[in-house]
Design a protein around this ligand. Structure first.
Ligand SMILES: O=C(O)CCC(=O)C(=O)O
Ligand SMILES: [Fe+2]
Length: 289
């Protein structure tokens, strides 16, 4: 299987495209500064965490309703500035219905915590922008079993608490059709001389302060997850799809290809498709009674 060059319209992101993967993943190292990282971490409200079996999370401005509707409310300022401002400059959400993210899930993973392979599903536009805070972590990317089918019959495959964790227990994929033809996608960002060819599953290493953007068929046709381990091992240009886009690959080289997990927090920015204003919710709800 090979993939045509991306038609996601995100030209400004082209230098950050992760090569040899289905369109389109983009990785931007040092998207925020250490000071901005510390400031955001300090503002995440301690009382909002919802604890799941393998991680804890919080949703802003709120959790979606059971039919995947967002009750319109602004995002808190510390999630908007500087991150959303920078998304605008790069055009990250320029093609989504609301032209901006309206929802942020904050996930926290301690050592040995992770998230099962899953897709984020149809509640959102096909763009997720993930800011990583606190510590590096590997995101595992795998093909979606039975592509074109619904994963679990629910409106969204996203493992929010209501559908949590059970939604994506699919059989591991054994198909070997998934070696991507590196000839099909040469990008200016790929250093010459790399002969890396990626098979799925592969991994994307997310450093602290980085931004990972997942869009188009990378969003719709693949699963992503985080292994519940205390060390990510065997990190090298051959095993990490975004190796040449890392800020500090030598950190992992010097550690013998290992990343000792520490607490990592992610901010996942999305554009929820269905938004209901508070007023229409109240009157719509009353009308049905
Ligand atoms: O923490 C991450 O990077 C991934 C989180 C995730 O997949 C999700 O919230 O859907
Ligand atoms: Fe996800």
């Amino acid at each position: 299987m090979s993939f045509a060059p991306s038609s996601d319209g995100l030209e400004a992101l082209r230098p950050f495209n992760i090569p040899h993967l289905p369109p389109s993943f983009y990785y931007i190292a040092n998207f925020i500064t250490p000071e901005e990282e510390a400031s955001i971490l300090q503002k995440i409200p301690a009382q909002r965490w919802v604890t799941l079996s393998h991680r804890r999370l919080q949703a802003h401005p709120s959790t979606l309703t059971p039919n995947n509707t967002l009750l319109a409310a602004p995002l808190p300022p510390y999630l908007v500035n500087p991150v959303v401002e920078r998304f605008k400059a790069l055009g990250v959400f320029k093609k989504t219905p609301h032209r901006a993210p309206n929802h942020v899930l904050i996930n926290e993973y301690q050592r040995r915590e992770g998230i099962m392979p899953h897709e984020d599903g149809s509640a959102y536009a096909e763009v997720v922008a993930t800011v990583s805070l606190g510590a590096p972590i590997c995101l595992e990317i795998s093909p979606k079993p039975g592509m074109g089918e619904k994963d679990d019959g629910s409106p969204s495959g996203h493992p929010e608490p209501a559908q949590a964790e059970v939604a994506n227990e699919e059989e591991p994929v054994t198909s070997n059709e998934d070696e991507y033809d590196s000839e099909a996608r040469t990008t200016p960002s790929q250093p010459h001389g790399s002969d890396a060819r990626y098979k799925l599953p592969t991994r994307i290493l997310q450093e602290s302060r980085s931004l990972l953007i997942t869009t188009s068929s990378a969003y719709t046709d693949l699963l992503h997850g985080i292994a519940p381990v205390d060390v990510d091992e065997d990190l090298s240009p051959d095993t990490i799809a975004n190796w040449y886009l890392l800020a500090e690959p030598y950190v992992f080289e010097e550690a013998g290809g290992k990343n000792e997990r520490a607490t990592r927090i992610s901010l996942t920015y999305r554009d929820v498709l269905k938004v209901s204003s508070a007023a229409s919710k109240v009157f719509g709800g009353m009308g049905k009674r």
